[in-house]
Design a protein around this ligand. Structure first.
Ligand code: SAH
Length: 316
């Protein structure tokens, strides 16, 4: 999954009508604007310290450009740091946010300033493991290549200790997913916040796990595709287990908010007023972002902040 997605993102801009999928910042400027207001509000309440804006997987840079415009109106002009693997998307980001600096990982981010870290539809692209209950134990699902076809096969036994305790006795055939890469990534973010100050938003489709069920999916041209077909040519994602990410963030020193739906989060930040001010097209976009039948409840928002920092807006 890691190798397939690295190739996928390195070789195209997948966003938008002509691409494979669309994301909230590409639906409407309101999404980035409200996140910019969230950043500016928190920064002001924290006493306006030196701070950098960090985005993980910024796509086309649209969210950052919309957010930075609103921050500037509030007197906040942070240095911008993008963690982005794809050269194609780095070029798109440079068009919208010319002053940004790019990073392959969190390691090279500045260490002498507080951080506002934003990750929208980033964690879902990180690789997962699938573990399958077979007989009396659990086995990892692996991927094999038969002729030219990739197929899932039974892999080695895994010890019960890697299975969350409430799920250990699940019925045969049950599948659970873990993402060591996502857990490591949010742990690194949490350690940065604890050491340097600041806050983070992780926004994605997901659930409060751990739970039974497989969510690995592929999309191509806005339609579901077979994840084992044409590896590296399809967008592979899995739903994000926010409870596990929150626990990892806490274990690494960050304070976490309760999980919010995208609907409630954007509602508390004032999307209704912004949509009304922008007009009819924005009202339709608003429905896509917060509608229960669209992105409103499937998408969740997890907030992290440094101990001693004010609680970020948008969480009940
Ligand atoms: N946040 C954007 C794009 C989401 S698509 C939006 O909401 O529109 C996922 C983004 O994460 C892309 O920019 C992709 O290139 C980047 N990405 C995926 N895996 C990555 C990894 N392991 N390291 C760095 N960036 C990654």
């Amino acid at each position: 999954m890691a190798a397939a997605n690295a190739h996928y993102y390195a070789t195209r801009d997948p966003l938008g009508k002509a691409g494979d999928f669309i994301t909230a910042p590409e639906i409407s400027q309101m999404f980035g604007e409200l996140i910019g207001a969230w950043c500016a509000d928190l920064w002001q309440r924290a006493g306006a310290p030196p701070i950098a804006y960090v985005e993980l997987g910024p796509g086309r840079g649209t969210l950052a450009a919309d957010a930075l415009r609103v921050m500037a109106k509030a007197g906040l002009a942070p240095a911008v740091h993008f963690v982005e693997a794809s050269p194609v998307l780095r070029a798109a980001q440079a068009e919208r946010v010319p002053g940004a600096q790019w990073h392959d990982s969190l390691q090279s981010l500045p260490q002498d300033t507080a951080l506002l870290i934003i990750a929208n539809e980033f964690f879902d692209a990180l690789p997962i493991r699938q573990l399958v209950r077979a007989g009396s134990g659990w086995r990892e699902r692996r991927v094999a290549c038969q002729d030219t076809l990739f197929v899932p096969i039974a892999g080695p036994d895994v010890p019960d200790s890697v299975i969350p305790p409430p799920l250990r006795e699940a019925p045969a055939g049950s599948v659970i997913e873990t993402s060591p890469a996502a857990v490591a990534m949010i742990g690194d973010c949490a350690r940065r916040l604890a050491a340097q100050g600041g806050a983070m938003l992780a926004i994605d489709y997901g659930y409060e796990g751990p739970a039974i069920g497989e969510t690995l999916q592929a999309v191509r041209a806005h339609a579901p595709a077979n994840p084992f077909e044409a590896p590296g040519e399809r967008d592979l994602t899995a739903h994000v287990d926010f409870a596990t990410l929150a626990a990892a963030a806490q274990a690494n020193g960050a304070v976490v908010t309760p999980l919010a739906t995208q609907r409630d989060f954007l509602g508390l930040l004032g999307i209704d007023a912004r949509a009304a001010a922008l007009g009819p097209r924005a009202l339709a976009d608003r429905a896509r972002l917060v509608g229960a039948d669209a992105m409103g409840t499937l998408f969740k928002v997890l907030g992290l902040h440094a101990p001693g920092w004010p609680v970020p807006a948008g969480f009940a």
